[in-house]
Design a protein around this ligand. Structure first.
Ligand SMILES: *Cc1c(COP(=O)(O)O)cnc(C)c1O
Length: 404
């Protein structure tokens, strides 16, 4: 068997001798999801990659390590997940953190005092908090722009701009950004480009292939996919960024635990079929919502009249499972949130269950009221993560709550 490619995707060598990595590289996306990096564990042949529940690793002799020393630094289960996500995103190295927030915190520590960051204006509330409430204290500055118009990004650039952080589609307004344009601008000015790929996952969108440097995920969402754990993932395409992330993970001690790494590996095995069903169901639900009298506007990237439709078609293979919408009154908001039965009123997204969120007081609470109003995150605004149930059941439930 061939050796694991030494130039990337992790630091541990020993397991590497067992896999024919090049062969895996040629597999199609669906097979990569199922088979991961090593996939089958090489020492015992376990088809389900084991949960290496150990804090430390025995050494054979002085100066002779198995490649694993201490789980905060590396753990075989976490490594399998890190390599798998790196393969799926087409990156150099992957990193698994204890949450999406932990992943972004560790990424942002690359900023130096005085550095400037440009972010999407309706960014996830937690990412906004990392900038405003934490890194401004260390002298970094943050500008939020509507990146669906790339000129807004260009106009916000200063000679201190060090990072461009994009969510596309955005959470929750579903605005779409031209990823390739962002990558090119970042290269021109020598900034690090980052895409939060939580909403579409590598199954539908692969930012690194469009020239982006870093992809981040809340692994809690579609990657894990079952609303059963919290996790974060980062994939980088540059060795200097890989070194930065590895140092942060090791120093903050915020690497994902073995059990949770296994849950994500298990989730990834069905990523492709889950994403297809999310996509299919969301299309049906969005079209239904659009025809309801009490629904005043539906934000969904799969509509042909969505302003970002052409860019979406260019850079993604699907629309995902996220929909936001406005209703006619706060009374209707209450009716829906309190009236749904199978559909659940809960924060989060990307799991098998359909969830409805009230962004104003949930995901986007950290954002100032004035900004929220400007973005459209008002008291009549709702966000839905369409699950993989039968679409007719989702619609029937919404219909009861909304019109019953
Ligand atoms: C949930 C979420 C995060 C934060 O991830 P956690 O796993 O909750 O820490 C970041 N970005 C987006 C787009 C999210 O939806």
């Amino acid at each position: 068997m061939k050796l694991y490619k030494k130039e990337g995707r992790g630091i541990v060598k020993n397991f590497s001798n067992y896999i024919d990595f090049d062969k895996k590289e040629n597999l199609r996306m669906e097979s990569k999801c199922v088979h991961g990096a090593l996939g089958c564990e090489p020492l015992t042949g376990a088809v389900s990659f084991p949960i290496y529940q150990t804090a430390t690793f025995r050494h054979k002799a002085l100066g002779e390590s198995t490649g694993f020393d201490y789980t905060r630094l590396q753990n075989p289960t976490r490594q399998e997940l890190e390599r798998t996500i790196a393969i799926l995103e087409g990156g150099l190295e992957g990193f698994a953190f204890s949450s999406g927030q932990a992943a972004n915190m560790s990424l942002f520590t690359i900023l130096n005092p005085g550095d400037h960051v440009i972010l999407s204006d309706d960014i996830y509330g937690g990412t906004y908090r990392i900038g405003e409430d934490i890194f401004t204290k260390y002298g970094a500055t943050f500008t939020y722009v509507d990146m669906s118009d790339i000129d807004n990004l260009k106009n916000a650039i200063t000679d201190k701009t060090r990072m461009i952080f994009v969510e596309t589609p955005t959470n929750p307004m579903m605005k779409v950004t031209d990823i390739e344009a962002v990558a090119n601008i970042a290269k021109e000015i020598g900034a690090i480009s980052v895409v939060d790929n939580t909403f579409l996952t590598p199954y539908f969108q692969q930012p690194l292939s469009m020239g982006i440097d870093v992809v981040v995920h809340s692994g809690t969402k579609y990657i894990g996919g079952h609303n059963d754990t919290i996790a974060g993932l980062v994939v980088v395409n540059r060795q200097d960024l890989a070194d930065h992330m590895r140092l942060q993970l090791k120093s903050h001690g915020n690497g994902l635990a073995a059990l949770d790494s296994w849950l994500l590996l298990r989730g990834l095995k069905t990523l492709h079929i889950r994403m297809e069903r999310h996509n299919e169901n969301a299309m049906k639900v969005a079209n239904w919502l659009r025809n309801q009298d009490k629904v005043t506007k539906v934000f969904y990237v799969g509509f042909e009249d969505h302003p970002g439709y052409e860019i979406t078609k260019k850079q993604t293979k699907g629309f995902g499972g996220m929909i936001s919408f406005n209703v006619d009154s706060f009374e209707t908001v209450k009716k829906i949130l309190e009236g749904v039965d199978m559909v659940m009123f809960a924060e989060s997204l990307g799991g098998t269950e359909t969830l409805i969120t009230y962004p104003r007081t949930q995901t986007h609470e950290s954002i100032p009221e004035e900004t929220r109003q400007k973005l459209g995150i008002t008291e009549t605004f709702l966000r839905m993560s369409v699950g993989i149930e039968n679409a007719d059941d989702i619609i029937a439930d919404l219909d009861r709550a909304l019109n019953g």
